[in-house]
Design a protein around this ligand. Structure first.
Ligand SMILES: Nc1ncnc2c1ncn2[C@@H]1O[C@H](COP(=O)(O)OP(=O)(O)OP(=O)(O)O)[C@@H](O)[C@H]1O
Length: 252
């Protein structure tokens, strides 16, 4: 994407952002309101940018027909994911498979596979409303991966998962990232350390840092253990560096 600008009324959520993502798992980090959800929503083709160009899988998202082509290759878990509480897990994931135009013959097997990958095989015929919050989040991940997407967008997928589920989910992320481009927004720096091949730190609508979990941890390597682990300190160091550079730039 180049020059990507997203506005919500008078707020500029993203300000002329240039970014590119290849296969692997890319963590999007940043404070509340930084612009992570706005970025994911544009990539998911549910929001339109005010300016800029986004190309995905060779398609230009400004063109209606090309957005349609992208949607078939996309998996998306929104921050507030809507579901039908009266559907069973199987029915809900099958419904999404139908929306994504999966060939009918293979769809039931794809549904079962996606549900098994998120560890819910034994609850596949349970009604979604009878599941815990963490399980519902996993249903959200299952619907996102049912079409074996080439681009997978996950907005805070680990919110509400317990520690054991998070560990399992990170393993699934690493597996998915071997074939797809996975972009995952999170507040948990541990998610990034454990599952991501790349890190993009967004602040106030701009890219504050790009690197790998290792380079981010190296930024925080010589702090005190009591201030969190190296990657958390790296996160803070990168943010502060970006803030002071922005202030210097603005007053020049
Ligand atoms: N629908 C909206 N109407 C008005 N302003 C909005 C809307 N959605 C987002 N914003 C504003 O746009 C900016 C970016 O928000 P966004 O949700 O993209 O950030 P985020 O990094 O995902 O935040 P969080 O970590 O809290 O989820 C914020 O200033 C937010 O207040």
């Amino acid at each position: 994407m180049s020059g990507l600008t997203v506005r919500h009324r008078r707020t500029t959520a993203l300000d002329a952002v240039d970014l590119d993502f290849g296969p692997g798992v890319h963590g999007l980090l940043g404070p509340n309101g930084a612009g992570k959800t706005s970025l994911i929503r544009v990539l998911a083709t549910v929001a339109e940018p005010a300016r800029g160009r986004v190309e995905m899988l060779g398609n230009d998202l400004r063109r209606h027909r090309e957005r349609g082509a992208v949607r078939r290759e996309l998996g998306y878990l929104p921050q507030d994911f809507g579901y039908y509480p009266g559907f069973t897990v199987r029915e809900f994931v099958a419904y999404v498979a139908w929306l994504k135009e999966l060939p009918a013959a293979g769809a039931p097997a794809s549904v079962e596979r996606a549900v098994a990958r998120v560890g819910l095989a034994d609850r596949i015929d349970a009604k979604v409303r009878t599941l815990s919050g963490g399980m519902i989040r996993r249903v959200g991940i299952a619907q996102a991966i049912v079409n074996d997407p080439r681009v997978l967008l996950l907005d805070e997928p680990t919110a509400g998962l317990d520690p054991e589920q998070r560990v399992e989910f990170r393993a699934l992320l690493r597996e998915l990232g071997e074939e797809a481009t996975v972009i995952v927004s999170t507040h948990l720096v541990e998610d990034v350390a454990a599952a991501c091949t790349g890190v993009t730190l967004i602040e106030a609508g701009r890219v504050a840092y790009r690197g790998t979990p290792e380079t981010l941890a190296a930024l925080g390597a010589d702090g005190h253990e009591s201030d969190g682990n190296a990657i958390e300190r790296g996160y803070t160091t990168a943010l502060r560096g970006h803030r002071s550079a922005t202030v210097t730039g603005a007053t020049r």
